[in-house]
Design a protein around this ligand. Structure first.
Ligand code: SF4
Length: 321
C-alpha cells in the first residue's frame, strides 16, 4: 500500500508538471541513450575551434537528442569569437532543416550529414524522394519517367510544423506509366512530392556536403579532443553533483580548467605570463584613460558654472580713502 501511494504521488507530480519522465535521484536529469545503453544524466554540448582545440562555447542540457542544438550552440560560438561568419561541423544527430535555416540566416555555414531515414521505399525497390529532381527554372520536379510534377495552389503544414508546397503529376500520365508499380501504391492515382517552403536552404546544404568529405573526417578529431583529454587525463566520467545549476557550474569549471591547461600547453608558461602582464597593463592604461575622460566630461559640463562662481568669490578691490 505504501509503494502504491508513493507511485500515485509520483504520477500526480508528473501530471502537475506536464513532464513525461520523472527522475527520483536528480529531478533535472533525464534518461539518455549512450552507446546503446540507457542512463540517467545530462547532455553536454560544446563547440571547439579547429586550430587550437579550445572550447569556445558549451552548455549542459537535458534533452536526450542533439536535434535543436545546432543553431543555439553555433550562435553562442560566433558571439564568443566576435566573427561575422562561422563554419560549423556537426554529426548526423544535429541534422534539422529548421536549424540549418536558422544558421544560414545568422551567417553560419553548417555542415551536417543528413540523416538517411529508414530507407523504407528503397528497400521495397520503389522510388524515393531522391529520385525526383527539382528544376528551379520550371519550378517543377522531374520524375524517373522524365515527366514534370507541377506545384498545386496553396500551402500545407506537415506534422512537424513545416510549411510545404505539393507538386503533383497528372492522373492520366501516372495511370499509363510503365514505372507506375515502382512509384505508386496500388490505390494512388498520381505521385505527389512535398517541397518545404525553404527547401533552397537544404539544396545549398546538399551541394556543400558534396565536397565536404575531408572536412567531415576532421570533425571528430576536433570536437572529441576536449572530451578525450578530460576523460583520460582527469578521469572525469560523471558529474559529482546534482541539479542543473550545480552541474552547469561543475562543467564550466571543468571546461575552464581544460582551456587553461590547453593555453599553457600552446603558449608555454613564460609566454602566458608575459601575455597576461601585457593584458593587465593594457587594462590599467584603459582604466586610467577612462577615468580621465570621465573627469573631463564632468568638468566640461560644469566648467562655465565653476568659472562664474570663481569670479564671483574673488575679493573685489576697495577704494582707499
Ligand atoms: S508514376 Fe507518374 S510520377 Fe511516377 S514515374 Fe510514372 S509518370 Fe512519373
Amino acid at each position: 500500500m505504501a509503494k502504491r501511494s508513493r507511485a500515485q504521488a509520483d504520477l500526480d507530480r508528473l501530471e502537475a508538471s506536464g513532464e513525461t519522465r520523472l527522475s527520483l535521484t536528480d529531478p533535472d536529469a533525464r534518461l539518455l541513450a549512450k552507446n546503446g545503453q540507457a542512463l540517467v544524466g545530462y547532455n553536454v554540448q560544446s563547440v571547439v575551434d579547429d586550430k587550437h582545440k579550445l572550447i569556445v562555447a558549451s552548455a549542459v542540457v537535458n534533452d536526450s537528442s542533439d536535434v535543436g542544438q545546432l543553431h543555439g550552440m553555433a550562435k553562442m560560438a560566433k558571439e564568443a569569437l566576435e566573427v561575422e561568419t562561422l563554419q560549423v561541423l556537426a554529426d548526423t544527430g544535429y541534422y534539422s532543416s529548421n536549424e540549418l535555416k536558422a544558421c544560414e540566416d545568422d551567417g553560419i555555414v553548417a555542415y551536417v550529414p543528413p540523416s538517411e531515414g529508414n530507407g523504407r521505399l528503397e528497400k521495397q525497390g520503389r522510388f524515393s524522394r531522391k529520385d525526383f529532381s527539382y528544376d528551379p527554372a520550371a519550378d517543377a520536379y522531374r520524375c524517373p519517367a522524365g515527366e514534370l510534377l507541377r506545384p498545386m495552389k496553396g500551402r500545407w503544414q506537415n506534422t512537424s510544423g513545416r510549411v510545404e508546397i505539393r507538386y503533383v503529376n497528372r492522373k492520366a500520365i501516372c495511370g499509363t506509366c510503365q514505372l507506375r508499380a515502382r512509384c505508386l501504391t496500388p490505390k494512388a492515382p498520381y505521385r505527389t512530392v512535398a517541397r518545404w517552403e525553404h527547401e533552397d536552404v537544404l539544396e545549398r546544404h546538399r551541394a556543400r556536403m558534396q565536397g565536404a568529405g575531408e572536412l567531415m573526417r576532421r570533425r571528430s578529431g576536433i570536437v572529441e579532443h576536449p572530451f578525450g583529454t578530460i576523460k583520460c587525463r582527469a578521469g572525469y566520467r560523471h558529474f559529482l553533483v546534482r541539479g542543473f545549476n550545480k552541474v552547469r557550474g561543475e562543467w564550466s569549471l571543468m571546461a575552464l580548467c581544460y582551456n587553461f591547461t590547453r593555453v599553457l600547453n600552446i603558449l608555454g608558461f613564460e609566454r602566458f605570463v608575459a601575455y597576461m602582464a601585457a593584458k593587465a597593463l593594457a587594462v590599467r592604461e584603459y582604466v586610467l584613460a577612462a577615468a580621465l575622460h570621465c573627469i573631463q566630461l564632468v568638468l566640461g559640463a560644469f566648467w562655465t558654472h565653476i568659472v562664474s562662481r570663481l569670479a564671483a568669490s574673488r575679493p573685489r578691490p576697495t577704494l582707499a580713502g
